[in-house]
Design a protein. Structure first.
Length: 235
């Protein structure tokens, strides 16, 4: 009896269509929009703690040392969320990294600096310097405050977003206000201020995301996602 579905559900067809492919794109390569391939050749990268989903080759994983990035970063990491914790990945082989099915975007910095929500940093090259930026919490806004990673220099970064990111350009006299839980990253020359919408706070209550906003002024950009991400008590 012939197969009424043809090769549509054939196992070999599935394997061929979903098999890992080498695109020759360098250290960071997107196997899919939600899966990052890191090609190591006796080299190393930093990844978000827990981002590894598979690997092949001779690769070693080491959790970031407590003083690896200096005492200032240590103190901030002690009170920040797990999103700020890193793993040193080194050796020769292929690493596959992902974060809860979020979309991955690869960015190339060329003597530039970007500030990213700590939870949205998936991986970056060691040629970049990283610094934890801690913002003062706003009373009644969050239990912990906002923790971000500032990456500077020349190298590759992989960031994650829920669905497709949108970049808003900030110009003098034309500020951009965002929901903190939907804000992914921004150019490091911008220093966001927090503003409170008293009328919305009164209407929705203190827990509403709309009542507290990040305001960006100057020249630069802000990356947002169409999703409000909450991190529990420590974010």
């Amino acid at each position: 009896m012939s197969n009424p579905f043809g090769s549509r559900y054939d196992l070999d067809t599935f394997i061929q269509s979903s098999e890992q492919k080498d695109y020759g794109q360098g250290v960071f390569e997107l196997e899919s929009e939600r899966m990052l391939e890191v090609n190591l050749n006796n080299s190393m990268v930093w990844t978000k703690l827990g981002a590894m989903v598979a690997y092949r080759g001779n690769i070693k994983f080491t959790r970031e040392g407590i003083l690896e990035q200096g005492i200032g970063n240590l103190l901030k990491k002690m009170v920040s969320s797990e999103g700020a914790r890193l793993t040193r990945v080194e050796g020769t082989g292929k690493l596959y990294a992902a974060d809860n099915g979020k979309k991955i975007t690869i960015l190339q910095l060329r003597q530039q600096s970007i500030t990213i929500n700590a939870n949205d940093v998936l991986a970056f090259e060691p040629t970049l310097t990283n610094k934890i930026v801690m913002m003062r919490r706003i009373a009644g806004m969050m239990a912990g405050g906002l923790f971000n990673v500032q990456l500077s220099g020349t190298g590759l970064i992989a960031i994650t977003t829920h669905f497709d990111p949108l970049t808003l350009i900030v110009k003098p006299g034309n500020p951009v206000c965002t929901d903190p839980n939907a804000t992914v990253a921004w150019s490091s020359n911008l220093s966001p201020n927090f503003k409170t919408d008293i009328s919305l706070k009164t209407f929705f209550g203190r827990g509403s995301g709309e009542t507290f906003q990040m305001q960006f002024e100057g020249n630069g950009f802000v990356i947002i996602q169409p999703f409000e991400e909450y991190y529990g008590a420590s974010s």
